[in-house]
Ligand binder design. Structure first.
Ligand SMILES: Nc1ncnc2c1ncn2[C@@H]1O[C@H](COP(=O)(O)OP(=O)(O)O)[C@@H](O)[C@H]1O
Ligand SMILES: [Mg+2]
Length: 256
């Protein structure tokens, strides 16, 4: 595994964009893509999703990625989280150069460095909320007792401590998404990757889940990348990138 500093001479967080003498030192980039290309070769030809995609996410940033359906947002998020590989180019996530990882190291990276939240929660409905949250800890060999104890602490964090013994399938959509957030973070990752985490929820519940993501992002010092269709929620992020026609464009959250 190659650990490379992704620190850039160009600080990119919003707090660095003006000439604020009190802004403090630039934070390092925890995520960086360089000349990323993704193409699919299908029976009907070559589909180039993006090419020459380069951007950085500084430690502690909350980045929204927006763009039309089919623009490649999910594919990009999968590539950032080592769930898919680019056709060419480089990705650093949690400051690790992903192309240098063996498949075992990539599995460990996914378990330890990154928390994932999806539009559909993918909880196991017959298992309790606590058992679902404990799964990533059991997968890395922790004892059941220790894993369940930590899972319960995380259910408290998402304000579902009183539902620990409920089966996941019996919870509401918003509660299920909060359980999946606890499952994403129970391993103590540096990076949170969320793909339309509120896309399947009504607007009030979406707001509650987003409030929680925002709070946990702050209290746990996360670096977060959130794909969303919801511009109201996107404008609450520190930065917005629009993925369109294979390019990323920075949008100011104030002007969006
Ligand atoms: N395995 C694949 N083979 C061919 N095309 C694919 C494959 N996976 C995704 N695509 C295509 O890539 C495009 C982008 O998909 P996706 O990343 O899911 O977009 P978004 O999340 O922005 O809606 C879509 O047109 C989709 O059909
Ligand atoms: Mg998608």
């Amino acid at each position: 595994m190659e650990l490379v500093s992704t620190g850039s001479s160009l600080p990119i967080g919003p707090e660095h964009q003006g000439l604020n003498p009190f802004a403090g030192p630039a934070r390092p980039n925890l995520i960086k893509t360089k000349d990323l290309r993704k193409e699919y070769v299908t029976g009907r030809g070559r589909l180039v999703l993006f090419d020459g995609l380069s951007f950085e996410v500084a430690e502690g940033e909350m980045l929204a990625i927006v763009g039309e359906s089919g623009a490649g947002k999910s594919t990009l998020l999968h590539i950032l989280g080592a769930l898919d590989s680019p056709s060419s180019g480089d990705v650093y996530c949690a400051s690790i150069r992903l192309k240098t990882l063996s498949s075992r190291q990539a599995a460990s990276f996914r378990n330890r460095e990154v928390g994932y939240v999806w539009q559909f929660h993918y909880l196991l409905p017959e298992f309790t909320a606590a058992e679902n949250v404990a799964m990533p800890l059991l997968a890395r060999g922790e004892s059941k007792a220790a894993a369940l104890k930590r899972a319960e602490k995380w259910l408290d964090e998402v304000e579902l401590g009183d539902r620990a013994e409920h089966r996941a399938g019996e919870l509401s959509g918003g509660e299920q998404q909060r359980v999946s957030l606890a499952r994403a973070l129970v391993t103590g990752p540096k990076v949170l990757l969320a793909d339309e985490p509120t896309g399947d929820l009504d607007s009030r519940t979406a707001g509650v889940v987003f409030d929680l993501i925002e709070r946990l992002h702050g209290t746990h010092g996360l670096t977060s990348v959130i794909v969303t269709h919801n511009m109201t929620l996107a404008t609450r992020c520190s930065r917005i990138l629009r993925l369109e026609k294979g390019r990323v464009e920075e949008i100011s959250p104030q002007l969006a």
